[in-house]
Design a protein around this ligand. Structure first.
Ligand code: HEM
Ligand code: HEM
Length: 175
């Protein structure tokens, strides 16, 4: 009987696709966040270069990030073994909140880049959304990391392990 680790999610574990998308998105978001945050403090000669770097990386990451969001909505949330219904719902709500804020960033960013040359009210409107969403996302991600640390330190469950490797299954048990 061969042992495999699944590509897709199961009822109580993430597959490689979800895991890959989670860590790709984490890297992209952290990079974009710090580069974005550094734009305004650049000298006048460097500000355009720094903004272009942010916009270029943002556009490269755009499609995988959208795919990541769509995949989570389609694939749902596997349960953690032994988790109560209430905790499962809370975890789901926190994850969806992050993804919704991410959607706002992915719409307002390109909108701002497109409207910027006019410096009109559309570009200001998009900036307000992008800037506040960036702050909200930072707060949510910090809470998310603290929640992961709490699981690591105080709960003997697989919440953290399962976002690194899928659960091993017997190949013939697969459906
Ligand atoms: C998850 C994705 C993203 C994150 C976390 C992010 C983060 C940020 C942050 C923190 C700022 C600075 C806001 C401020 O000064 O208050 C910023 C500014 C900006 N972002 Fe993003 N961003 C993302 C995606 C994008 C995308 C996809 C685009 C466009 C293709 C984009 C275009 C811009 C532009 C044009 C600015 C304004 C630069 C300026 O101050 O002149 N962003 N972003
Ligand atoms: C170092 C940073 C991060 C750590 C340590 C971390 C940790 C985790 C852990 C342990 C889980 C699994 C929860 C479970 O088993 O149910 C998870 C899932 C999740 N995380 Fe993170 N995370 C990080 C960054 C992020 C970022 C930046 C986002 C922003 C979108 C994010 C969004 C999610 C979402 C939506 C899920 C649900 C599964 C999925 O869709 O991938 N995480 N994270």
């Amino acid at each position: 009987m061969s042992k495999t680790r699944a590509l897709f999610d199961k009822s109580n574990s993430f597959g490689w696709l979800s895991i890959g998308l989670h860590w790709f998105a984490t890297l992209a978001i952290i990079l974009l966040w710090f580069i974005g945050q550094s734009i305004a403090s650049q000298s006048i000669e460097l500000i355009d270069t720094r903004r272009s770097l942010h916009v270029t990386l943002g556009l490269i990451a755009w499609l995988p990030l959208v795919a990541r969001i769509a995949w989570r909505f389609k694939s749902g949330h596997p349960r953690v073994n032994g988790q109560t219904q209430l905790t499962h719902r809370l975890a789901k709500a926190a994850h969806y909140a992050m993804l919704l804020v991410l959607i706002i960033m992915l719409i307002s960013g390109p909108l701002m880049a497109w409207a910027m040359p006019d410096r009109g009210s559309l570009s200001e409107f998009a900036f307000t959304f992008h800037s506040n969403a960036a702050k909200a996302l930072a707060v949510l991600v910090v809470l998310h990391i603290l929640a992961a640390l709490k699981h690591l330190m105080f709960h003997e469950d697989e919440t953290v392990a399962r976002i690194f490797v899928p659960r091993i299954e017997n190949a013939q048990d697969e459906d």
